[in-house]
Design a protein around this ligand. Structure first.
Ligand code: FAD
Ligand code: NAD
Length: 475
């Protein structure tokens, strides 16, 4: 990386932590010729999470929704250094980040498997862009880490698929009337947010549309259960779409257990409390073969560590506190975005993406301001000086705060049907559900996918499934 800009002034160091929606949207829009940019993340690819629930069923190949960070970096106009490492600590006073590289496989819950000594170093930043996302919230429920799978990272999705196959194959050694066989063929998802709903719907499709052709009769033996603590699934959607989703689930034979709060999990059962309409609770036991926990987000250890070092963050329980320019409250030149923050906006890819774009535009403008100031300092000619000063004033005036524009929410609910809560500005919201919405859902995602390579891969995955069905072999 070159130390200086074209005009001779020193380039400032931006360190970006993360390679998810917030970080990559920021990198995409940043004029990387104006800064020394280093991106640090244990994940050397961007993961298009909206299609992750389609991976365990084999509708989408995991590689189709991953895009290499280095490829993305190469597409920016300047030089970007990518370091495959995890940030382990931050020193907001001295503006440093401690990072370490381990031989690793990125897993949920900040857990890394490593078999070699980590290599550590420290980076200095002028600006820190903190976009490490969130981890899964287990609410301290016993047994989740030991027995459940998750759906947060790429390898979570492939692990769910493997588990499903293993349980199906194991069940086939047992007699048809065996309780254990029934259990092994029971796929249970805990958490009726969009992650849980989409995954349950995809698995149900898979059983009915494809597995049933390879293992005749399995569709009558396998069950898919979705457990949700609240009265409704997809609580952020329009009530009409919630009812529509419930109807579709009923038609599909998907077992929806709302008002059911999971309390404990062991290697075979989920223990929960069902709340009757009269308010009384009853203990229920739900046996499972494959279990996926989709209970929502919690802050990463690093985020908690950072918050603990800053007085203004002491009340930050659900995420870092930032102002309307995404500046970390109490942080010197630290910006935070995406799921690691707590704002009035939901923790979604849409929000993280818009924040990333906003922040990049802010930095691009900031660089222009600094360039102008540098020129002003080295100019003596009166008329030029006036012009430059006017330009500087105009640029400085343009600083507008971040404003989230909600474009709506989409979710796949199975049997080629989706629900969509769409909004166009403040004046119109539309709640749609059905097959047309499904095609809209697909086209929206193809448009959103970052590169042409991913678009081609995803469309060809869908085509392959339409022509040949989903793959039923275990990788
Ligand atoms: P992430 O995208 O999670 O990225 C965090 C990055 O930080 C990762 O690269 C991670 O490797 C890295 N990291 C972690 N720890 C460290 C560390 N210590 N040091 C350095 N780097 C670190 N939202 C929607 O709007 N629409 C959808 O359809 C949708 N579908 C989803 C489906 C699923 C299955 C899931 C799990 C989420 C979905 N979301 C959706 C939510 C969306 O994915 C998140 O809101 C979004 O990813 C948040 O972006 P982020 O940049 O904050 O975090
Ligand atoms: P979520 O927070 O939206 O839903 C988690 C669900 O788990 C909640 O409904 C909660 O009531 C339930 N739950 C928690 N503890 C429970 C317990 N003990 N027993 C039973 N149920 C319990 O989480 P998510 O679905 O992972 O979504 C996370 C974020 O990502 C959200 O902001 C969501 O909007 C976004 N997302 C969006 C899409 C989409 O737009 N299609 C898809 C996936 C995720």
């Amino acid at each position: 990386q070159t130390e200086f800009k074209e005009n001779g002034s020193r380039k400032k160091n931006i360190v970006i932590l993360g390679s998810g929606w917030g970080a990559i949207s920021f990198l995409h829009k940043l004029d990387t010729t104006k800064y020394n940019v280093t991106i640090v993340s244990p994940r050397n690819y961007f993961l298009f999470t909206p299609l992750l629930p389609s991976v365990p069923s084999g509708t989408i190949n995991i590689k189709s929704i991953c895009d290499s960070v280095r490829t993305i970096a190469r597409q920016t106009p300047g030089e970007v250094t990518y370091l495959e490492a995890i940030a382990t600590d931050l020193d907001p006073t001295n503006k440093t980040v401690s990072i370490e590289h381990k031989s690793q496989r990125f897993n949920i819950g900040d857990a890394f498997t490593n078999d070699s000594e980590p290599i550590e170093t420290t980076l200095h930043y002028d600006y820190l862009v903190y976009a490490v996302g969130a981890t899964v919230n287990t609410f301290g429920i016993p047994g989740i880490y030991e027995h459940a799978s998750f759906l947060k990272e790429a390898n979570d999705a492939t692990a769910v698929r493997q588990k499903l196959f293993n349980q199906i194959e194991a069940s086939r050694l047992l007699p048809k009337d065996s309780e254990d066989r029934k259990r092994l063929l029971s796929f249970v998802v805990c958490g009726g947010g969009p992650t849980g709903v989409e995954l349950a719907a995809e698995i149900k499709d898979y059983i009915f549309q494809d597995l049933s052709k390879f293992i005749p009769g399995i569709e009558n033996e396998m069950s898919v259960t979705l457990i949700e603590a609240q009265h409704n699934v997809l609580s952020m959607f329009h009530p009409r779409l919630i009812e529509y989703t419930k109807d579709v689930f009923k038609q599909q034979g998907l077992n929806l257990q709302t008002d059911t709060m999971v309390k404990k999990i062991d290697d075979k059962n989920v223990y929960a409390a069902y709340r009757h309409p009269n308010g009384k609770t009853e203990d229920v036991v739900i046996p499972y073969g494959t279990l996926v926990w989709a209970g929502g987000n919690a802050q990463r250890e690093l985020t908690k560590k950072l918050a603990s070092k800053i007085v203004e963050q002491q009340t930050a329980r659900r995420g870092l506190l930032v102002d309307e320019y995404l500046r970390l409250d109490g942080g010197d030149q630290i910006y935070a975005l995406g799921d690691c923050t707590f704002t009035q906006n939901p923790p979604t890819a849409q929000v993280a993406h818009q924040q990333g774009v906003f922040l990049a535009e802010h930095f691009n403008k900031q660089s222009k301001i600094e360039d102008l100031k540098y020129e002003i300092d080295s100019t003596t000619e009166e008329s030029k000086l006036n012009k430059l000063t006017q330009r500087l004033k105009r640029l400085e005036k343009k600083d507008t705060p971040f404003e989230y524009i909600h474009q709506g929410a989409l979710a796949y609910i199975g049997s080629e049907r989706a629900v969509a809560d769409l909004s166009w500005g403040d004046w119109s919201t539309v709640a749609l559900g059905g097959t047309m919405t499904f095609f809209f859902w697909r086209s929206a995602y193809v448009t959103m996918l970052l590169g042409i390579r991913n678009k081609i891969f995803v469309v060809s995955d869908w085509l392959k499934v339409a022509i040949f069905g989903r793959d039923c072999s275990q990788e």
